[in-house]
Design a binder for this molecule. Structure first.
Ligand code: G16
Length: 522
C-alpha cells in the first residue's frame, strides 16, 4: 500500500541510533532528547493507529516532566484523557526498538493484532493531523482529549474553556467564605521554570483576585526543574532556589509539565515543613468525607497510594479517618485504575501527582440532592459544595493548577492555615536516594513494589537492615523515568532513615551491579 511506502521513506529521515533500546516507562519514553527523534516519529504513527482503533481523538504529549532540561519525553493519552492502555505501551516499546527494516512488519503486526481498519480516519491532539494545542501543560491536554471525546460534556476543548470551568468552580467555592483576608488569599507558586508558570499566569486573570499569586521560577531566567520544582522540593526536603519565602507563608511547587504539586512553609525556628501528596490526599479526603456526612450521602470513598506513602499517612487515614486504603505500583495509570473502582477515589502519589475520581453514580446522586427542593439547607449546601468541588477537579489526571485551586478552596472553606493542615498528623522521617547500576531492570519487585524478588539476596539484605531501626520500612525499585534504582527508607528519626537509606543503597550497589563510586553516607 502507498501509505506504508511513505512511512518507510519518512521513517528513514528519523533513524534509530544503533543499539539503542528504550522502554515505554512509568509515563512514556523519557531520555536524553538527542536520542528521541525516531521515537517521536514512531509515536505519531502509533497514535494514528490508536485513534483508528478507538475511533476517537488521541493525545500526544511531548514533555520531560520532572526530568533535567537535556531530557525529553513523549506519552500518549487515551480517549477519556487517561494514560494509554497498557497493551499499547508494549506496542510502543516494540515500535521504538524496531530496526529500520523491521518497522513496517512491526506496524503491520499491531494492525493485525488489533484488527485495525486502515480506512478509518485518525484524530489526534497533535500535529500534523488536526488540533495542535501548542504549549500547554500535560493535564490541560488530558482535559482537552476528554472534552473532545465526550463532545464537550466534560468541558469546552480549549485552554480558555479549561480556565473558565476551573475558575468558575473555584470562585463559587470561595466567594461566600466570610472574612478572608488578602493574606489568606495569597500564595507563592514555584513554576519550576516550566509551562505551568505561563499557564498559572493566564489562569490568574480568571480568578477575580480570590487567589493572589506571587510567581517564582517563571522561566525567565533559571533552568527547567533545576534546584526547583515539585520533585526537587520533595526529594531534597528543602525550599527551591528562587522563591522568597517569609515565615509561615503558604508556598507550593509545580513540576516541569505541571502535573504534580507539593506545598510547604518555613516555621519561625527556620524549619522547613513539606506537605506532600500524602498530606494533600488527607486534606481532600477529610473534606470530602465531612461533606458526604453533611449531605447524608452513602458513597464509597477510597484513598489510593503507592509504597512511597508515608507510614503515618496510611495509619492516620486507615485508623483515624476509617477510609478504605489501596496501595498500587508507582505510576498514575495504576492509581487511576484502582481509584475507578469506588464512588469516589482519591489518589495521590507522595510526589504530589494525583486527583479525585467521581463515578457517574456519585455525580448523579450529588446533582439530584443539589436540585432537590425538599432537602434541608445543610444537605443542599453540602451537595452544592460537592458539585463545585467536582468541577474544580481535573479528573483525567493529576494537575498542579486544578489541585492548587482545590486545596486553596478547602483551606478557605475550613478556615484552616497551612500549619493546621500540617498538624493533622506527623510524617515519619524519610529519605529517598538514587543508585546507578548497569541495568536497573535486574531488580524485579512484587507486592506493589514493596518487595524485591530479584536479584537473589537483595530482599533478605533489606529485611535484616530494616530490623536494626524502630518504625522502619524500606524498599527499592527501578525508576521508569530515569536510568536509576530508587531507594526509599523511613524510620523513627531522620538519622535512622538516612542511615537505613544509605545501607540499602549499598546493598543495591553490591547485589544489583552498581556502577561508578560506591554510595557515600549522607
Ligand atoms: C512520572 C509518573 C509518576 C511517577 C514519576 C516517577 O511523573 O507520572 O506516576 O511517580 O514519573 O516515576 P519513576 O519513579 O518510575 O521514575 P512525571 O511527573 O515525571 O510525569
Amino acid at each position: 500500500m502507498a501509505q506504508f511506502e511513505e512511512v518507510s521513506q519518512k521513517s528513514a529521515l528519523h533513524p534509530k541510533p544503533a543499539g539503542l533500546v528504550l522502554q515505554y516507562g512509568t509515563a512514556g519514553f523519557r531520555t536524553n532528547a538527542k536520542n528521541l527523534d525516531h521515537v517521536m516519529f514512531r509515536m505519531g504513527l502509533l497514535a494514528t493507529l490508536r485513534s483508528k482503533n478507538t475511533k476517537a481523538t488521541i493525545g500526544v504529549m511531548v514533555t520531560a516532566s520532572h526530568n533535567p532540561e537535556e531530557d525529553n519525553g513523549v506519552k500518549l493519552i487515551d480517549p477519556m484523557g487517561e494514560m494509554v492502555a497498557m497493551v499499547w505501551e508494549g506496542y510502543a516499546t516494540q515500535l521504538a526498538n524496531a530496526e529500520q527494516d523491521d518497522l513496517l512488519p512491526a506496524l503491520k503486526d499491531i494492525i493485525k493484532r488489533e484488527a485495525i481498519n486502515m480506512t478509518q480516519e485518525a484524530l489526534l491532539c497533535s500535529p500534523p493531523v488536526l488540533s495542535d494545542y501548542g504549549l500547554v501543560t500535560t493535564p490541560q491536554l488530558h482535559y482537552m482529549v476528554c472534552c473532545q471525546n465526550t463532545q464537550g460534556q466534560y468541558g469546552e476543548a480549549t485552554v480558555e474553556g479549561y480556565y473558565r470551568k476551573l475558575s468558575q468552580a473555584f470562585i463559587r467555592l470561595t466567594k461566600n467564605v466570610p472574612n478572608r483576608t488578602d493574606d489568606q488569599k495569597h500564595l507563592c507558586v514555584d513554576g519550576a521554570n516550566g509551562i505551568g508558570a505561563l499557564k498559572v499566569r493566564e489562569m490568574e486573570r480568571h480568578l477575580e483576585r480570590e487567589l493572589q499569586i506571587s510567581l517564582f521560577n517563571d522561566g525567565s531566567s533559571g533552568k527547567l526543574n533545576h534546584q526547583c520544582g515539585a520533585d526537587f522540593v520533595k526529594v531534597q526536603q528543602k525550599a527551591p532556589t528562587g522563591v522568597e519565602m517569609t515565615v509561615g507563608e503558604r508556598c507550593c511547587s509545580f513540576d516541569g509539565d505541571a502535573d504534580r504539586i507539593v506545598y510547604y512553609y518555613s516555621s519561625s525556628a527556620g524549619r522547613f515543613h513539606l506537605l506532600d501528596g500524602d498530606k494533600i490526599a488527607t486534606l481532600i479526603s477529610t473534606f470530602l468525607k465531612e461533606l458526604l456526612t453533611q449531605a447524608g450521602l452513602d458513597l464509597k470513598m477510597a484513598v489510593v497510594q503507592t509504597a512511597y506513602a508515608n507510614g503515618s499517612s496510611t495509619q492516620y487515614l486507615e485508623n483515624t479517618m476509617k477510609v478504605i486504603m489501596k496501595c498500587t505500583k508507582t505510576g498514575v495509570k495504576h492509581l487511576h485504575h484502582a481509584a475507578q473502582e469506588f464512588d469516589i477515589g482519591v489518589y495521590f502519589e507522595s510526589n504530589g501527582h494525583g486527583t479525585v475520581l467521581f463515578s457517574k453514580t456519585a455525580e448523579q446522586k450529588i446533582k439530584q440532592l443539589a436540585e432537590d427542593s425538599t432537602s434541608s439547607d445543610e444537605k443542599k449546601r453540602a451537595a452544592l459544595l460537592l458539585q463545585n468541588t467536582i468541577n474544580v477537579i481535573n479528573q483525567t489526571v493529576g494537575d498542579s493548577i486544578s489541585d492548587m485551586l482545590l486545596i486553596e478552596a478547602i483551606l478557605a472553606i475550613k478556615g484552616m492555615t497551612v500549619q493546621q493542615w500540617d498538624a493533622i498528623y506527623s510524617d515519619l522521617p524519610n529519605r529517598q536516594l538514587k543508585v546507578r547500576v548497569s541495568n536497573p531492570r535486574v531488580i524485579d519487585t512484587t507486592d506493589a513494589e514493596r518487595r524485591a524478588v530479584s536479584p537473589a539476596g537483595l530482599q533478605e539484605a533489606i529485611d535484616s537492615l530494616v530490623k536494626k531501626y524502630r518504625q522502619a520500612r524500606s524498599f527499592v525499585r527501578p525508576s521508569g523515568t530515569e536510568d536509576v534504582v530508587r531507594v526509599y527508607a523511613e524510620a523513627e528519626t531522620q538519622e535512622s532513615a538516612d542511615a537505613l537509606a544509605h545501607e540499602v543503597s549499598l546493598a543495591v550497589y553490591r547485589l544489583a551491579g552498581g556502577v561508578g563510586d560506591e554510595p557515600k553516607p549522607l
